[in-house]
Design a binder for this molecule. Structure first.
Ligand code: ADP
Ligand code: MG
Length: 286
């Protein structure tokens, strides 16, 4: 199973939109996918049509109580499931403050609960994180192998990146040696603007800088798929549907399908060339 946390401590960069729609596109491509909502705002849950009542179990009960992930997980469609969140998750941060080993609660539960008799029940686990580097995000970082970073091509896109990379590095060295930043996704891309292309080349340059071979981002792939700004992507959450259901022909749906193909290493063009590379960065224009 590939396990990926979608992280950026800034809000509004496209984390949830990417977590949900990438997951839906992977499921459409035949993969078994579990989304985990680790944000108290519960946007990923709402986006996939799951609204919890006061008494419904959620990821909060997994982190602070005895609930297993299987107790909480819900099926959204044939190959797509979600471990939903509720606003009460905001209290978890405080409640866990005095707990020994609070950063690895999720990891321990995952090791037990996402398996079935045949091994892993999913091909992908995709964790949507809150816009902070607190205990919830740390639980994601200790539980997954990969981090994807969504960036908005904005002049401050790279601002705060060193703090994020340092956090990943510390978690990798102390708690999760397999953790790597493996993907950078440009979201809300406006191809017509000079700013977008300038920022994308800055981002490319940043990740192309010779990195220490063991650095947590030395294998980062900047996806050639850019997620264009598309109003349908902003509308879909209020219908409780992924973009693939809400507007299957839209640019948003096209882009997330393309991203899923790139992640799976499937030919992205009709030329039969594979654009996703197993190592290093597939850098190109979109
Ligand atoms: P985050 O989870 O990082 O806070 P979101 O995914 O919630 O960010 O995106 C922030 C807002 O921008 C949401 O209202 C979302 O619907 C919208 N949005 C995200 N990606 C796009 C896009 N490619 N085109 C248009 N709107 C988008
Ligand atoms: Mg979000």
């Amino acid at each position: 199973m590939r396990s990926i946390a979608i992280i950026n401590q800034k809000g509004g960069v496209g984390k949830t939109t990417t977590a949900v729609n990438m997951a839906a596109a992977l499921a459409e491509a035949g993969q078994r996918v579990c989304v985990m909502d680790l944000d108290p705002q519960s946007h990923a849950s709402l986006h996939l049509g799951v609204t919890l009542g006061e008494n419904d179990l959620s990821i909060y009960d997994v982190l602070t109580g005895d609930a297993s992930l299987a107790d909480v997980r819900r099926k959204v469609s044939e190959r797509l499931s979600i471990v939903p969140a509720h606003l009460n998750l905001a209290a978890a941060e405080m409640e866990l403050a005095g707990e020994v080993g609070r950063e690895v609660i999720l990891r321990d539960k995952l090791a037990r609960d996402l398996q079935d008799e045949a091994g892993s029940a999913f091909d992908f686990l995709i964790v949507d994180c809150p816009p902070s580097l607190g205990v919830l995000t740390l639980n994601a970082l200790t539980s997954v192998d990969e981090v994807f970073l969504p960036l908005q091509p904005h002049f401050l896109a790279l601002h705060g990146l060193s703090k994020l990379l340092r956090t990943i590095e510390i978690v990798a060295s102390r708690l999760n040696p397999t953790l790597r930043l493996t993907g950078v996704v440009l979201c809300m891309f406006e191809s017509a603007t000079r700013l977008a292309s300038e920022v994308s080349s800055d981002v490319e340059d940043f990740f192309k800088r010779p990195a220490h071979a063991n650095s947590v981002w030395s294998k980062a792939q900047m996806f050639t798929t850019r997620i264009r700004r598309n109003i349908r992507l902003a509308e879909a959450p209020s219908f409780g549907q992924s973009i693939l259901e809400y507007a299957p022909q839209s640019h948003g749906a096209e882009d997330y399908r393309q991203l899923a193909r790139e992640m799976l290493g499937v030919s992205a063009t009709n030329s039969g060339k594979t654009t996703a590379t197993a190592s290093g960065m597939g850098v190109g224009s979109a």
